[in-house]
Design a binder for this molecule. Structure first.
Ligand code: 5GP
Length: 121
């Protein structure tokens, strides 16, 4: 599958659509989900054009991979849900059809601010 340049997160990265930004660095952008499923629901996306986690793992540089993982921790810290600052959180990435992925640009969800509940519903 080819990366869709017109997916909604590509447009957010290009600044064509606004977002409620939480954090940004050379590797990632993080913003609040438009339709939050928990008190805190953030998204963390790599700046590179990767469709999903498999695409990212196969093609991204080591710096990009480290940058994304550290980015998730940094965002959790900023949101006050990291184990240093809060009571924890859940991060997950949906992948393709069976994973329920809607936007074809890799993104990690961060859920927190309350008990997140069952792992799969
Ligand atoms: P997925 O189902 O692909 O794992 O998650 C996509 C997420 O993107 C959903 O939680 C959805 O609410 C969120 N989303 C879709 N469009 C927008 C948008 O334009 N802005 C923001 N901030 N989030 C969006």
């Amino acid at each position: 599958m080819r990366y869709d340049e017109n997916n909604i997160f590509a447009k957010i990265l290009r600044g064509e659509i606004p977002c409620k930004k939480i954090y940004e660095d050379e590797f990632i952008l993080s913003f609040h989900d438009i339709n939050p499923q928990k008190k805190i629901h953030a998204l963390v996306i790599p700046k590179g054009k990767y469709i999903d986690l498999d695409d990212f793992t196969n093609k991204a540089s080591k710096d990009e991979i480290v940058g994304l993982l550290k980015g998730i921790s940094n965002v959790a810290e900023k949101l006050g849900v990291s184990i240093n600052k809060g009571k924890g959180y859940r991060t997950l990435a949906n992948i393709n059809e069976h994973g329920g992925q809607e936007v074809p640009h890799l993104h990690f969800h961060i859920f927190g601010g309350e008990k997140v509940g069952r792992m799969v519903e």
